[in-house]
Ligand binder design. Structure first.
Ligand SMILES: Nc1ncnc2c1ncn2[C@@H]1O[C@H](COP(=O)(O)OP(=O)(O)OP(=O)(O)O)[C@@H](O)[C@H]1O
Ligand SMILES: [Mg+2]
Length: 315
């Protein structure tokens, strides 16, 4: 196996003329959980859509490459793509209600999906695996239909389907954000078990840095389509470098009944031409130089990258 299961190299993505993701670089090692966080609209799902590479999702690769286990999958044909989706790359979307037919039992839908990938659905093996992942009462669950289930259970059954095909890389786009905190915790623990028990890698997209701190080994913070900070989760959360990461952390609600410090202003519009730092208009540490300084993700300390360290305060 290659050193990195997934490598994203200089990736720039667009929808038609609108450039959404610019020059993104990161990798996911075997058995690693990498979280990507950032404000709504910064391009997180666009990145996931590009890795899935499904043409009708509309994401275009303008530049760069996506390497899966040493193989360049940036421009696969529809048939080549079909062969890796499900079996090498699993996907759990934000809202899994639309992933299932509401009035057919999970076991029938599992069987049909696996057949599409020339795999057989083995009910006994599925139950064994689900028990290992602490799914409650999997024998009964498999016979249920999605409309009978809570959002949390349905989300788990979607994870279950992805798990059955044994992809080594799981893409989870906001897989827990529609859930209440109890179901969120259970789903996160189940995903973490995929790594702990089965050695899988997960690319996990979330708005919630609390969720990220629970599950991730690495954290990437995106702003306006660029990775502005990236590194070991503890380094990024305990000693954030970029002013945007620090602002995001300050926006987490506390228990002290005070309102979190929100972020004034808005990110630039999709595809806007921009000179200098895109965060500059909203940054409380901005200087004149920021208006023209070109983006560059630097290794500020070993394994901890940031595109800006203006105003950094050591705790
Ligand atoms: N199919 C599409 N065609 C055109 N523009 C799109 C399309 N999908 C997304 N966009 C635009 O691309 C930008 C990034 O969207 P994306 O869904 O990647 O953001 P995100 O970071 O996942 O946001 P959220 O946290 O709300 O899910 C948004 O401004 C969005 O309007
Ligand atoms: Mg999204």
């Amino acid at each position: 196996m290659a050193e990195n299961l997934l490598e994203i190299k200089d990736l720039t993505l667009s929808y038609g003329e609108f450039k959404i993701v610019t020059d993104v670089n990161f990798s996911v090692k075997p058995g690693e959980i990498v979280c990507i966080a950032g404000e709504s609209g910064c391009g997180k799902s666009t990145l996931i859509k590009a890795i899935l590479g499904i043409k009708h999702l509309g994401t275009q690769v303008v530049n760069g490459s996506i390497i899966l286990n040493g193989r360049d999958i940036t421009n696969l044909s529809v048939e080549e793509r079909r062969q890796i989706l499900g079996t090498e790359i699993g996907y759990v979307p934000q809202n899994t209600r639309g992933s299932f037919n509401n009035i057919r039992s999970y076991d029938i839908q599992y069987k049909e999906t696996l057949q599409c990938h020339n795999q057989k659905f083995d009910r006994g093996e599925a139950i064994k695996l689900f028990k290992r992942l602490n799914f409650p009462d999997p024998e009964r669950l498999l016979g249920h239909q999605p409309w009978e289930m809570s959002g949390g259970m349905n989300q788990r059954m979607a994870i279950g389907l992805a798990v059955l095909q044994e992809p080594k890389l799981m893409l989870a786009d906001e897989a827990t954000s529609v859930l209440d905190v109890t179901s969120q915790k259970q789903v996160i623990e189940e995903l973490a078990q995929l790594r702990d028990e089965l050695g899988w890698s997960i690319l996990f997209i979330t708005h919630n840095l609390g969720v990220a701190s629970h599950i991730a080994d690495k954290l990437g913070v995106m702003y306006a389509g660029r990775m502005v900070e990236y590194g070991d989760i503890r380094k990024v959360l305990d000693d954030p470098i970029h002013p945007y990461t620090r602002a995001l952390l300050a926006a987490i609600p506390g228990k002290d009944r005070k309102l979190p410090v929100g972020l004034e202003g808005r990110p630039p519009l999709d595809g806007a031409e921009w000179t200098g730092c895109t965060f500059e208009p909203r940054c409380k540490h901005r200087t004149e130089a920021c208006k023209t300084r070109a983006y560059c993700l630097k290794e500020v300390e070993p394994g901890h990258f940031a595109s800006c360290s203006e105003g950094r305060v050591k705790q």
